[in-house]
Design a protein. Sequence first.
Length: 113
Amino acid sequence: MRKTLICTGLLLAMCAGSAIAKEVPRIDASSDEAASSSFAAMFDALPAAGQAELAVAMLKLNMRGVNSAYDLAGRPDPSIVPIKDDVSGMTAAEIIALAQDANDVKIVDVTAD
């Protein structure tokens, strides 16, 4: 009897813990709309500093391979849509890490003293 109560208690605790655990937002690349919607949800779930990091990461990933103004003009939409297949299923932290590996893109803070 005591063993049954302990097992039941553990089972209830596990269920409650999984219900409380928050799902980490990931990019759904099944369509342009799904990618935009999942990116917006991911962005909104972050604090302001995280939002800035994610926005810069998204821009860096969009800018990969841009070597001139001509290349830049060919990519007028710096959103999640052009890179959705590259970041499919990723979390914000994974997208930020991927952008840090984009060595061909450098973003300089011109507001720094």
